[in-house]
Design a protein around this ligand. Structure first.
Ligand code: HEC
Length: 191
């Protein structure tokens, strides 16, 4: 009985030892290759020419709408129309995205006093006569392609949200430049 146990365990110990010792060997040159095709597959670097499948010419990804006014702010200002009406839901969504993205630089009311200023150059006021007289399309254009040091927000903000931000920006502008009619309503409400 004793011997049988030893006969069984001894080779196991030797084998385990061998595996441990061999595993420390370097296998830079394997001496037997089972499947040469898989060992020597071409090593392409990810994201490099050759390993990337390029989109077929003239096609766009699903749900992507190309922006045709990249180099023509004036045309964008004339042609683009805000597809939304300023309902409460639209304004609330616009406010949300404005406060997440634009406020950092432009400030809560768009005065150019965001928290990154003055470490980041102070942006012009969005309450200026210039921007108040801009069409929605012109503002959409700036959000989409950027302007000088303001970067494009096309990859962060969906087209629909850009239009909603603009409706909200109009609210901000009106809050700082109320009409006589607005003031009358305000005065009535505060009575
Ligand atoms: C990183 C800071 C930053 C963020 C975020 C930012 N802007 Fe700007 N924005 C600027 C700066 C700086 C300018 C002035 C660029 C220039 O010199 O022409 C500017 C210019 C503009 C202008 C043109 C103003 C003018 O008088 O020419 C508009 C409109 C505008 N931004 C709207 C927005 C909106 C809407 C958002 C949010 C989607 C936004 N910006 C987000 C920094 C920012």
């Amino acid at each position: 009985m004793q011997n049988k146990f030893r006969d069984l365990v001894q080779p196991l110990i030797v084998l385990t030892g061998l595996v441990i010792v061999m595993s420390a060997c370097r296998h830079e040159k394997p001496n037997f290759i089972y499947m040469p095709d898989m060992v020597y597959s071409p090593a392409l670097k990810a994201q490099k020419v050759g390993s990337m499948r390029m989109p077929v010419q003239g096609t766009v990804p699903r749900d992507f709408v190309p922006y045709p006014f990249k180099n023509d702010a004036e045309l964008a200002g004339r042609e683009l129309k805000n597809p939304f009406r300023p309902t409460r839901a639209v304004l609330e969504q616009g406010q949300k995205i404005f406060n997440i993205t634009c406020r950092t630089c432009h400030g809560t009311l768009g005065l150019g006093d965001g928290t990154v200023v003055p470490r980041y150059p102070r942006p012009p006021s969005l309450q200026s006569d210039k921007v108040r007289n801009w069409s929605d399309g012109s503002i959409y254009h700036v959000i989409t392609v950027g302007q000088n040091i303001m970067p494009s927000y096309a990859s962060q903000i969906a087209p629909a949200d850009r239009w909603k931000i603009i409706h909200y920006l109009r609210v901000l502008q009106r809050s700082q430049h109320p009409t006589a009619e607005d003031l009358k309503i305000l005065n009535q409400e505060s009575k």
